[in-house]
Design a protein around this ligand. Structure first.
Ligand SMILES: *Cc1c(COP(=O)(O)O)cnc(C)c1O
Length: 219
């Protein structure tokens, strides 16, 4: 199937209010343009340099989301244009984003990444670390970032019950956070393999790559 048909099929399954982030990492400009010409405007990348090159070359009405792990020394390259940073998992990083956003006289929307998977390798905060971060005095002084919600990645497994449980945990944390901070509205969970489970558990934003663009080739 074509990219256009893949997009159409996926969008048809998304409830109202769920945003599709088309994950275009490793994909060339022409491929992204195919999705753009089919109407897609929100794209996700996991490397800042790759995203910046694409931002330079592609139409300026694209919303670029940084979905990968963010190195602090690279925030400056995306501070001018990034729409949403999904993978914020420390106050240190948040401070750097705030500092770079200030230079461009803007507020950068961020999601805090939670560690929900059983795997050791995934980044993210646990509920206690989240609590510490948002209740710290330093956090309150940051004027050029806005926390819009949470992001999480479930364990990579065939065990749908495990995935479901991890998404439920994230949703619970999200609901608690909503009571503590204003403007919490985005729950970013779900990828090609598990987005229907994520939606059933309350996702408001899915990050889908291979089901739109086909398998990635890293060679
Ligand atoms: C690559 C990636 C995705 C998309 O993965 P697919 O399985 O191709 O849909 C989603 N979220 C993050 C954080 C990713 O790195």
């Amino acid at each position: 199937m074509s990219i256009k048909e893949n997009l159409k099929k996926i969008i048809a399954t998304l409830p109202e209010g769920v945003t599709l982030v088309a994950v275009s990492k490793t994909k060339p400009i022409e491929t992204i343009m195919e999705a753009y010409n089919a109407g897609q405007r929100v794209f996700g990348e996991n490397k800042i340099q790759e995203m910046t090159q694409k931002w330079e070359q592609l139409p300026k009405d694209i919303e670029w989301h940084m979905i990968g792990h963010v190195q602090r020394n690279k925030v400056k390259y995306m501070a001018q244009y990034v729409s949403l940073i999904h993978g914020v998992d420390s106050l240190k990083l948040l401070k750097e984003i705030d500092k770079q956003a200030q230079k461009h006289n803007r507020v950068i929307d961020c999601l805090l990444q939670m560690h929900i998977a059983k795997e050791e390798t995934k980044f993210g905060l646990n509920p206690k670390e989240l609590e510490e971060l948002i209740s710290s005095n330093e956090f309150r002084t940051l004027k050029n970032i806005k926390i819009k919600g949470l992001m999480g990645m479930a364990t990579f497994t065939e065990n749908t019950l495990l995935i479901k449980g991890e998404f439920q945990d994230l949703k619970t944390t999200f609901e608690k956070l909503r009571k503590k901070l204003d403007g919490i509205e985005i729950l970013s969970m779900g990828m090609s393999g598990d987005y229907s489970i994520a939606i059933a558990e309350g996702s408001t934003m899915v990050r889908i790559g291979s089901s739109i663009f086909g398998e990635r080739n890293y060679s």
